[in-house]
Design a binder for this molecule. Structure first.
Ligand code: PEP
Ligand code: MG
Length: 570
């Protein structure tokens, strides 16, 4: 019978297919015993090998930003899969108790989860999700029949949640769309789904309760509507939407060579956030103003050793050459917190890593390392325009220290005979509330500014950007975030300091009118969403939006902000 379930549209696109339901904690298996203990052990170990192989294959396919975003999850999962305690425990349960591999998995999951649940550290507690992911993968592998084709082409996954690690694999297998009971439209998974153009609906708990394996579904990742057993009119709608989305992509592609100009003729600068060679090539082809954010931590995160000056110089120089004369903004190291590295640089035993030694704090503590990085960046400026951006600035003193070190590095390089640019602008990321508030006291120390709305939202609202269980609470649509953004942008404009937003807020076309109304003239986003942002810019009348900014700033809650957004879109 037809049934409609609504969630939040997290990645646009319309899809139709058969449901594949993955129940949460698939391991709701009852006590089961086996006769053939050796056979059961073989079955388990074959499943472990399959999962290990899948993860290695996935790791190989990752590139650029995805390598970092997803690679960390994969590495952690691979470690868990090799954990002797987990493996030996499973063997013992099967051998001594004659339990089935499924039941042994469930017991081990519950035992490990019990240990994590008892921990004080919220981050460690949240690692239960990783255990569930790994155990869930093993469980799925146990139930794959020999010779069965692994692909799930044409299916729609319905699950409690989906990890970023899984999305790439699901798409490669031909999955048409994903529907999750939990999750948020701003999660890493949602960001990734959008860049993969994989329709995703989140926050649809009814889907798990009401949909069974094999049910035919129609999913609209734009509105968040999921229909089970669609009728003729649903099919008509789906066909119309599919045509509409295809037309939209075609139209978007026509914008590749168009200017990012508002209806009233004001040019808005669209920069790219790019790390991989592919991102850089795409940014160039899309007519990006330049690279607005190059996260150098990827050079560190993907290696077991610290990259030396030469290795860093080559990476930055190639980036500069790839942009053929357009400006490249290279951010100094921002490891720490959620970006743990394998080189041992970031501290791992901090009680509260998000508030710990990360970003510029780490660089200033490790001055030799920082100097090496600055030297490599300044040397790259001999090949094309380079700007240096400092992450996690929280006070004036940090900018004073960085400026002094940069001046020394420039003088040294000139003395050594290197050909470097006359000017290497130094900018501050505004992503810590204290920096945003204290900015009038140190704006003179920055040649340009870039607002990191991902961290600014997290720190201002005290809402962990990585905690998906907080769902929709993590959003820039909060009066405090908007007022702070407005004050920073207004100050920068008054002082004629170039200012961009490089957090995810700048990548969402729905937020373009908000940022334009506040006077923002520069956006930086992953190339995957640049055309959508360009289209949004081209449909805005800047002077009309500017006149409506006071009404936006008067909004007292999210509903008020959304009302404003609906009114300006009308
Ligand atoms: C931000 O915080 O908005 C930002 C762009 O930096 P990152 O996401 O790398 O922390
Ligand atoms: Mg940040």
């Amino acid at each position: 019978m037809r049934l409609a379930v609504s969630g939040h549209g997290a990645s646009r696109g319309s899809a139709m297919g058969c449901a594949r339901v993955r129940l949460p904690h698939v391991l709701e298996v009852t006590e089961q015993y086996v006769e053939d203990v050796e056979g059961e052990l073989d079955r388990l170990h074959a499943a472990i090998d399959v999962v290990r192989g899948e993860m290695q294959a996935l790791r190989k396919r990752l590139q650029g930003a995805m390598a970092q975003e997803i690679g960390e999850f994969l590495d952690l999962h691979a470690l868990l899969l090799d954990d002797p305690e987990l493996l030996q425990g499973l063997d013992t349960l099967i051998r001594n108790e004659r339990y089935s591999a499924d039941y042994a998995l469930r017991l081990q999951r519950d035992r490990i989860a019990g240990v994590f649940t008892g921990m004080d550290d919220a981050y460690l507690r949240s690692r239960i999700d990783d255990i569930d992911q790994v155990i869930g993968r093993l469980h799925a592998a146990l139930h794959r029949r020999d010779g069965e084709v692994r692909g799930v082409a044409g299916e729609i996954l319905v699950a409690d949640n989906v990890a970023p690690t899984e999305l790439l694999q699901l798409q490669a297998q031909g999955v048409m769309a994903v529907v999750t009971a939990g999750g948020s439209t701003l999660s890493h998974s949602a960001i990734l789904a959008r860049s993969l153009h994989l329709p995703l609906v989140v926050g649809a708990p009814q889907a798990l309760l009401k949909i069974n394996d094999g049910d035919v579904l129609v999913v609209d990742g734009g509105t968040g509507l999921v229909v089970r057993e669609p009728d003729a009119s649903d099919l008509r709608d789906h066909r119309a939407r599919t045509r509409e989305y295809a037309r939209e992509r075609k139209q978007l592609n026509r914008l590749r060579r168009e200017p990012s100009r508002t209806l009233d003729g004001v040019d808005i600068k669209l920069w790219a956030n790019a790390e991989s060679r592919e991102d850089v090539a795409e940014a160039h082809a899309l007519g990006a103003a330049g690279i607005g954010l190059y996260r150098t931590e990827f050079l560190f995160l993907n290696s077991n050793v610290l990259p030396d000056e030469e290795a860093q110089f080559r990476a930055y120089r190639d980036l500069v050459l790839g942009m053929t004369g357009r400006t490249v903004t290279i951010r100094t190291l921002d490891v720490g917190a959620d970006k743990a590295d394998r080189t041992g640089l970031a501290l791992t035993d901090e009680p509260n890593p998000a508030l710990g030694v990360r970003g510029v704090r780490l660089s200033l503590l490790r001055d030799a390392l920082f100097e090496t990085q600055l030297r490599a960046m300044v040397r790259a400026s001999g090949y094309g325009p380079v700007r240096i951006l400092v992450p996690m600035v929280c006070c004036r003193e940090e900018m004073v220290a960085v400026r002094a070190l940069l001046a020394r590095v420039i003088a040294d390089l000139r003395r050594e005979g290197h050909e470097i640019a006359e000017q290497v602008p130094l900018g501050a990321m505004i992503e810590v509330p204290s920096a945003a508030i204290a900015l009038p006291g140190f704006i003179g120390l920055a040649d340009f500014l870039s607002i990191g709305t991902n961290d600014l939202t997290q720190y201002l609202l005290a809402i962990d950007r990585n905690n998906e269980s907080l769902g929709e609470l993590y959003t820039p649509l909060h009066p405090a975030v908007l007022r702070l953004l407005h004050s920073v942008i207004t100050l920068a404009n008054k002082q004629r300091k170039p200012i961009a937003v490089c957090g995810e807020m700048a990548a969402d076309p729905a937020f373009v009118p908000i940022l334009l109304s506040m006077g923002l003239g520069e956006f930086s986003m992953h190339p995957a969403t640049m055309l959508e942002v360009r289209r949004a810019v081209r449909s805005c009348d800047l002077s009309r939006l500017r006149a409506r900014a006071p009404a936006l700033l008067r909004a007292t809650d999210r509903a008020g902000i959304e009302k404003w957004m609906a009114a300006v879109a009308a």
